[in-house]
Design a protein around this ligand. Structure first.
Ligand code: URA
Length: 441
């Protein structure tokens, strides 16, 4: 088999066989095929596309390119949740303790943030002492003992995806449905869960800006998951404004704690509960969505969710006192308010700009090796549909650098669009995609 022939075949719009896909994925991962030939192949895939079967074979080839996590020693059905990336998205940290409090195992590998989107691992590391690297045995023991463990992705999880993603990033071949779907699902399949619940974001802060593109991506990922024998459900959810009010690592963890104590933002709680409900259904706890939702809300009311979060922090070496004392998080030295000089309604919030403001403050990563400042970020005090009075604050900036705070303020001011007339906020959860089809939520 020759890589030249594979490139030519795809360039001419033909279907690649499983053997050809395995050949190029393996050859590239081992360093036997050079970047320039895989770049040409990616561009051919970009223009000629891949069908469902090819996309599945590509996913499996990438999933099998490194370690496959064996979660069979964990009792019960393991359901994983994955978000395609958003701003202020801390749902994993809210739903994890809620689901675990119901006795359903949460064994999760999460990523770090890159660009304007935040990562769960970075958020957790804002808790003093919290350890996101556990040996596999300890990870499994923690899930068996307290039903929850959350760690960073190991270096050898789907290494083919790591190499291919880096190459796509510099060859303008990221935004192809088959390539995105196979990239995300290869990592999910390698992480060993029995069922996968996907949160596919749509809107200005998402990878997919339109609902149609988000639906197409969701269907592609559900097909892959189901073909691999994993129950897979995707929710299409709004990312036309940040989720909750807090954007920035420690600020988001404080919002998670408040949510688990019953004082959280409505949108964050609703999405966490619905995603969690699909997880506990997949795990066999109930087959009724209303009952699943009720069970999860009860974990907040009876305190079991916040107690589980405390146990989880302790089990991974963190200081659980942060739950009562937020000053134990690293604190920002500068606070600046962003105010309106007219009476208006918030019409839209350009979400990726809010993510960018947090990035500028030092709360995110411009490059893989960037060091994050966990104390900085933004608290929105108004969201879409809210009325803002004269001189009323609509965002607060937390920073450690005078120049960066000015830059962030300008970005935030231009991210908010106002209207003189009342505005209706968008629906948060839009569609549910499963093997049975697509239904409106
Ligand atoms: N996230 C991924 O992991 N891969 C993609 O291709 C896009 C988003």
């Amino acid at each position: 088999m020759r890589i030249y022939d594979i490139i030519q075949k795809k360039r001419d719009g033909m279907e690649l066989t499983k053997e050809e896909i395995d050949f190029f994925v393996e050859g590239y991962t081992k360093g036997e095929i050079p970047d320039y030939q895989i770049s040409a192949l990616l561009m051919a895939i970009y223009f000629s596309k891949m069908n469902e079967r090819e996309t599945f074979d590509l996913t499996m080839a990438m999933a099998n390119s490194g370690d496959l996590l064996d979660l069979s020693k964990i009792n019960g059905i393991k359901a994983d949740k994955h978000s395609t990336g958003g701003v202020g998205d801390k749902t994993s940290l809210v739903l994890g303790p809620m689901v675990a409090a119901l006795g359903v195992p949460v064994a999760k590998m999460s990523g770090r943030g890159l660009g304007h989107t935040g990562g769960t691992i970075d958020k957790l590391e804002s808790i003093p002492g919290f350890n996101t690297v556990l040996p596999t045995d300890k990870f499994i023991d923690n899930v068996n003992d307290i039903k929850i463990a959350l760690v960073g992705q190991t270096a050898n999880l789907a290494p083919a995806d790591k190499k291919l993603y880096a190459l796509r990033d510099v060859t303008a071949t990221v935004d192809n449905m088959s390539l995105i779907a196979s990239s995300i699902m290869s990592k999910k399949l390698a992480s060993g869960a029995d069922a996968i619940i996907l949160d596919v974001k749509t809107g200005s802060g998402a990878f997919m800006k339109t609902e149609n593109d988000s639906l197409e991506l969701a269907r592609a990922m559900v097909n892959i998951g189901e073909s691999a024998g994993k129950q897979t459900v995707a929710l299409i959810t709004n990312m036309d404004e940040p989720l909750g009010y807090a954007v920035g690592n420690a600020l988001e963890v404080v919002e998670v704690i408040e949510t688990l104590k019953g004082n959280g933002p409505k949108d964050l709680l609703e999405l966490s509960v619905v995603l969690g409900a699909y997880m506990i259904i997949a795990a066999g706890k109930t087959d009724n969505i209303e009952e699943a939702i009720d069970l999860l809300y009860k974990t907040i009311e009876d305190g079991s969710a916040i107690n589980k979060f405390r146990e989880f922090i302790e089990a991974q070496g963190g200081d659980p006192k942060v739950i009562e004392d937020y000053t134990l998080f690293k604190q920002a030295s500068i606070e600046l308010e962003v105010c309106s000089n007219e009476e208006l309604f918030v019409k839209s919030i350009h979400t990726s700009s809010i993510g960018k403001a947090s990035l500028v403050l030092g709360g995110g990563r411009e490059r893989k090796e960037s060091i994050i400042d966990s104390s900085v970020g933004i608290i929105l005090t108004k969201k879409v549909g809210d009325r803002v009075g004269i001189n009323e604050v609509y965002a607060k900036i937390y920073a450690n650098d005078e120049n960066k705070v000015i830059q962030a303020k300008e970005i935030i001011e231009s991210a908010f669009e106002f209207s003189k007339t009342p505005v209706n906020p968008q629906q948060l959860i839009k569609w549910i995609v499963s093997k049975n089809g697509t239904i409106k939520y």
